[in-house]
Design a protein around this ligand. Structure first.
Ligand code: 16G
Ligand code: MG
Length: 517
């Protein structure tokens, strides 16, 4: 039966901790390229409000949301916060305005804004929030991060959400944790152990297939500048999973130096020089992270002691050449595209277009813009010149790679190249193994991928007189979702939930449904 009810939504939660986080007078802030950044003393009220917003976003998307407390490459005295969701992506631009208006809202305004957002949440009939809205929190090594993370958690619990604070993690680790929680373990175990395990196994498998440079057999000596930030201890943890397959000497590990001070990716990039105190030697490779370890730059000196930086443009070039080579060996006709910003060196753009014959796109500064473009490509290589970036492999590509890997009738060299492509995709970005949906019982039950049917049933049980199933379309490249329930609203909500499950567990087949914002 379809029944339309007018929803009445009010904010009746206590916001118990709100009085502890008043908005200081004269301070307004904007959600910038990657969240808020400011002197740490000006941030407690913003953090509390981002805890509230994270629950609202979790409620809206029905996903686990991440909140990272960090000011990245900024000085130690600053701090900041960024929100992550879905498969680890940044908060969508359409919600940044909510973040900005929350950040400076006094209690009365805050209640009004929360009520307005609640009205937009699909399936929200009352203001009593359920416990299922879950937020993952991460912190960098700044002295202020602990207290600010606590302010986030107060916001989360004030709206009835639950949270897990992972304490010290790098920004990429929190991206992984959010994505693995939302994919219900499909891309890897949702824990730091799962993260290290996944990366180290992919690395070992990839290296087992590579031919070592003469004189470098078995070890690739690398010196890593941890910017005196969270990347240093986390690299040490990763190394314990690598056994003898990777050797890294870690400097600026935070034991004595100051965060991002005379070290780190920004210092190296801007000054085109080594971190202070590092004596570089010819024949060795060096790299620097930034304060939250989402930037990476390499550098070396030649015979005449001249410094050479391998910045984002050059990393893109190496990745594109490597992947193009593997595609050729694997006889795969896919297109590699490169996504850059205006900061990219013009000669790198020229080289991609004229020599490698690749499609190049130029996007505004900020990972969220580059990532979105790269997602549209077969294989999208994106790095900002400053070292932020990754490579995204599309579903079509990964499906074909898997098919070749498993086909014993194919030549060994072709299968080996496909296998290398697979491990590269796992190592550089923890994208899921995208799998096709198969069904049984007159298409009413999913048999593949594992876990999808159980997850659908779990959602169905949350609604009255409900039923739902999914099946791959026989005519179009999409999965169709069917849902029925006692009320129209409940049916819409169930359809939305199931579509999100398909997106998460079967790898983004068809359009990701979003409620209007
Ligand atoms: C942030 C962005 C980075 C961008 C930089 C520009 C993310 C994760 N980080 O660090 O991509 O290059 O801002 O800073 O998107 P600017 O606006 O101060 O030049
Ligand atoms: Mg950073």
């Amino acid at each position: 039966m379809a029944m339309h009810t007018r929803r009445r939504v009010e904010m009746d939660t206590e916001l118990q901790n709100a009085n502890a986080y008043p908005v200081p007078s004269g301070i307004t802030m904007e959600y910038g390229t990657a969240g808020f950044r400011a002197p740490a003393c000006n941030l407690p009220h913003v953090m509390y409000r981002m805890g509230l917003l994270a629950v609202m976003r979790a409620r809206y998307t029905r996903e686990v949301i991440g909140v990272m407390v960090t000011a990245s490459h900024n000085p130690e005295e600053d701090n900041g916060v960024k929100l992550m969701e879905g498969m680890g992506e940044m908060l969508p631009v359409s919600w940044e305005r909510h973040a900005t208006s929350f950040a400076s809202a006094h209690l009365g305004e805050l209640r009004t804004q929360l009520s307005a957002l609640l009205r937009d949440c699909p399936g929200t009939e009352s203001s009593s929030p359920a416990q299922k809205y879950h937020v993952l929190i991460g912190e960098d090594t700044r002295a202020s991060s602990k207290m600010l993370a606590q302010a986030v958690s107060h916001g989360v619990t004030d709206l009835g959400g639950t949270f897990k604070n992972f304490g010290l993690v790098t920004t990429p680790q929190l991206h992984y944790l959010v994505a693995s929680h939302n994919s219900e373990g499909l891309i890897g175990e949702p824990s730091l152990d799962g993260y290290y395990h996944k990366l180290s196994e992919a690395y070992k498998a990839l290296m087992a297939q590579s031919k070592p440079q003469p004189g470098n057999e078995g070890s690739y000596p690398l010196t890593m500048d941890g910017a005196n930030g969270v990347g240093a201890p986390k690299m040490a943890e990763l190394l314990s999973y690598m056994k003898h397959s990777l050797s890294v000497k870690i400097i600026n590990n935070g034991e004595s130096g100051k965060l991002n001070h005379e070290c780190g990716a920004d210092y190296v990039k801007i000054g085109q020089r080594a971190p202070k105190g590092l004596q570089m030697r010819e024949g060795r490779i060096y790299c620097s992270l930034d304060g939250d370890a989402d930037r990476l730059l390499y550098y070396f000196v030649d015979k005449s002691d001249t410094f050479h930086l391998v910045d984002g443009d050059k990393i893109s070039t190496l990745m594109a050449i490597f992947i193009q080579h593997l595609l050729k060996e694997a006889q795969l006709p896919f297109q590699v595209s490169v996504v850059q910003t205006a900061y990219a060196n013009g000669s790198s753009t020229h080289y991609f277009e004229e020599t490698l014959l690749l499609q190049v796109y130029c996007l505004p500064t900020g990972v969220k813009y580059l990532h979105a473009k790269a997602k549209e490509c077969d294989i999208g290589v994106y790095f900002e010149a400053n070292g932020h970036g990754t490579v995204l492999f599309g579903k079509r590509v990964l499906d074909k790679v898997a098919e070749i890997m498993q086909d014993s009738g194919r030549p060994e060299a072709q299968r080996a190249a496909a296998t290398q492509l697979y491990h590269t995709s796992q190592l550089i970005n923890q994208v899921m193994d995208r799998q096709r949906i198969t069904t049984t019982d007159a298409e009413r039950r999913v048999t593949h991928p594992d876990g999808l049917q159980a997850a659908i049933e779990e959602r169905v049980h949350r609604h009255l007189q409900a039923r739902a199933f999914v099946r791959p379309s026989g005519t179009e490249d999409m999965v169709r979702v069917y849902a029925e329930a006692e009320t129209q609203e409940s049916a819409d909500c169930l359809a939305h939930e199931v579509a999100l499950l398909v997106h998460r567990l079967a790898g983004g087949v068809g359009e990701e449904p979003r409620a209007p914002s």
